[in-house]
Design a binder for this molecule. Sequence first.
Ligand code: GLP
Length: 252
Amino acid sequence: MRLIVTESYEQSAYLSAQMILDVIREKADALVGLATGTTPLSVYRYMTEAVQQKKADFGKVRTINLDEYIGLSGEDPNSYLYFMRKHLLDACQIPSERIMIPNGMADVQEEIYRMNLFADANPIDVQLLSVGVNGHIGFNEPSDVFYDRYHAVKLAQKTRESNSRLFSSVEEVPTEAITMGAGGIMRAKKIVFLATGDEKLDAMKKILEDGEVTPDCQGTILKFHQDCTIFLDQALAEHIRPASYVEVKRAR
Ligand code: GLP
């Protein structure tokens, strides 16, 4: 694991975008794993700007998303498909046939099968990742086990409360989701991870400091990833004492 300490969230986002763009420059039809939430927003802005300024070509790029709420259609502004179209996919003119994201309205088991069929045959070249307040990655909630492939999950109350800021009330937040498993995330060739804000401190300490790899904090599995770069701004990083095996650098 590599930790890059930045001056600010904006710098973390800019550098994360550059890492992803570099992968796309190396491989035009790269499969890029995407994440939702407020943390990746500036990453998507920098990626979109690069495409619009012709500094990157997304003409063959394929995307796959970590997760989707069960019960929300792609037309629903709170669905992750809607989010991805709004913040990245439409502006970068990525057509539906190059977008893989679970359909929240489809038969759940059939949808899990469809996602796994694709994921098994198509390795992810670079996966963008952030973390939930309880350490979840994708929607892999604290559990007794790590799941391997896409599966359905019941959302933790803490997650529903945290994500309710985007809905009108916590009751409106779906109770279930389809998510890529921690195993699928671990198979991405490269992981670009960023986090910001005090509410993520606890999870980031468990991920970066000495301590066990535990499904109770799913992000800790990243300790075993061969190519995981974590961007944290100084304000968050200063409270963390990374384990000795974490390569720590300051962003320039
Ligand atoms: C959701 C997503 C996660 C994301 C998390 C954090 O729960 N399923 O993939 O990491 O939100 O969101 P935010 O960046 O808004 O804190």
